[in-house]
Write a protein that binds this ligand. Structure first.
Ligand code: ADP
Length: 484
């Protein structure tokens, strides 16, 4: 059974209960009211007759007929319950007398009762007649009125109530089902949209709803938000998948070149065993340098694959100056004549992994060495700015610079700005540097002027004195580790 039908039935059921309750209440109230009115009229007439009896007992019998007007049935009985006098409108009928009750009637105030005579019902009041002089009960006066009219009125009222409640319920059922259908229309729309999306997979569809504030509006908004998130997740997944494919394709391509060179050289050595010693040495040296390049490439690929798998760095407070000095010392050994200047600020602490900060700086300085002519200068410097403090480590060179169009792409994987000058690089170094910086909660930026040089700056959040104090304990632990 649909929710719409269930709601309509529930609504009709509730309405039926309410109307039945209201109808019954009205009916009972009306009945009590009518009966009270009748009882009051009987009481007034009884009192009139009693007054007449007390005032003039002798002429009492003659005048009694006048009191029967308006359908009052009057009967006198003696103390034993025998009928002494009754009004003519009763014909041959008598009001039934329960002789056993007469004694108690004399003692308590007059009571009303409903009696049945033949097929009719009557409202009856029996009153004891007391002689004013002797104060003795001389007999009983019974005044009755037929309840037939009242019964007829009540029966008509019953019919009116039943019919009007029936009509009201039918109208309410029709209107209720129309209202329920209208109210559920947005849900139907949402169901259709969801089904369409399920079939077509088109996540750009949205549900529209006029009133955004009501429950259905909120449901539509929530449904749309969920679609937004789903679409977003699918787009990201799509992008990640195509990035993954690109990565695999680029990696295979990059690996193919050294492998082809190695194979070519080995083929040469195998097929021409009589090759001059000089050529053999050249072929072997080529194969060796290509295998070294390949092994560097495989290391980088492995590093990025781990990064993609969600590798996290274990970070502890690090003093950056000694790390920079250490990397510069290492880099000077690789220099082919370039001057490497360094300017550090002691005591600047960051939360990080020393090994990875070293790796990050080595990539930048290694690039600077790679692209700067032997007469050039490379300058590594530190500066602290702002509050909360941020540490900037800049690696500036006097190399050829990078084309401004290519600059935004240099942090992409496998991107090489200038293939002719690049030599052995596969375009992964800066992608790794970017990931390492981000893992330290920082950012990396590059500025370059063609023909004048480039500056790569790594911005890392520095620890304030308070933060350093509160981290004193963890600083005692091992400097860096990699969580896999
Ligand atoms: P690669 O291993 O090819 O150097 P990177 O990711 O480190 O890969 O660098 C990407 C590209 O950015 C390089 O191919 C090069 O063209 C350019 N590049 C990086 N550093 C410099 C620099 N200091 N001067 C000029 N060009 C640079």
């Amino acid at each position: 059974m649909s929710v719409r039908l269930r709601l309509t039935i529930l609504y009709i059921g509730l309405l039926a209960c309410t109307l039945a309750l209201f109808g019954s209440f009205l009916y009972v109230l009306f009945y009590i009211n009518m009966q009270t009115e009748m009882d009051e009229s009987i009481a007034v007439r009884t009192q009139d007759i009693v007054d007449l009896f007390n005032a003039n007992p002798s002429q009492f019998t003659e005048n009694i007929e006048t009191y029967s007007r308006g359908d009052y049935y009057i009967q006198f009985i003696d103390r034993e319950g025998r009928v002494e006098l009754k009004t003519l409108n009763m014909g041959t009928g008598v009001i039934p007398v329960n002789a056993e009750n007469l004694a108690s009637i004399a003692e308590k105030p007059p009571q009303f009762e409903t009696i049945r005579v033949g097929s009719s019902t009557y409202r009856l009041r029996t009153t004891a007649l007391i002689d004013v002089r002797t104060q003795r009960v001389t007999g009983f006066l019974q005044v009755a009125r037929s309840l037939d009219n009242l019964e007829n009125t009540m029966s008509r009222l019953r019919q009116v109530l039943v019919i009007s409640i029936g009509v009201s319920l039918s109208v309410a059922a029709v209107l209720g089902s129309i209202v329920a259908r209208r109210a559920f229309r947005p849900i139907d729309r949402m169901t259709r949209t969801a089904r369409r999306i399920g079939v077509s997979g088109n996540l750009s569809e949205r549900v529209s709803h006029r009133n955004q504030q009501d429950e259905l509006g909120r449901l539509a908004a929530t449904f749309n938000e969920m679609l937004d998130r789903l679409q977003d997740a699918y787009t990201r997944q799509d992008e990640a998948l195509s990035a993954q494919r690109r990565f695999v394709a680029d990696a295979s391509h990059e690996l193919r070149t050294p492998l082809t060179t190695i194979r070519g050289n080995l083929d040469l050595l195998t097929h021409f065993p009589d090759l001059p010693l000089e050529d053999r040495g050249e072929a072997l040296s080529d194969a060796l340098s290509e295998s070294q390049r390949m092994s560097r490439l495989v290391d980088d690929l492995l590093f990025l694959a781990r990064a993609d798998a969600g590798q996290k760095l274990v970070k502890t407070p690090q003093d950056v100056a000694p790390i920079v000095r250490d990397v510069v010392r290492q880099a000077r050994r690789l220099s082919q004549g370039q001057t490497i200047e360094v300017e550090v600020i002691d005591g600047v602490m960051v939360l990080g992994s020393a090994d990875h900060i070293r790796q990050l700086l080595l990539i930048l300085i290694d690039n600077a060495l790679k692209y700067t002519p032997p007469t050039g200068t490379i300058r590594v410097s530190m500066r602290v700015m702002g509050d909360p403090p941020v540490l900037g480590i800049a690696v500036a060179d006097t190399g050829p610079g990078i084309d401004s169009e290519k600059l935004p792409h240099i942090f992409d994987r496998f991107y090489r700005a200038d293939v002719s000058r690049n030599g052995s690089g596969a375009g992964l170094g800066l992608a790794i540097a970017k990931w390492l910086t981000e893992q330290h909660g920082g950012a990396i930026e590059a500025a370059s002027e063609q023909g004048r040089g480039s500056i790569f700056t790594v911005w890392l959040p520095a620890l304030s004195q308070d933060e350093q104090d509160s981290m004193q304990e963890p600083a005692q632990r091992p400097i860096a580790a990699v969580a896999s």
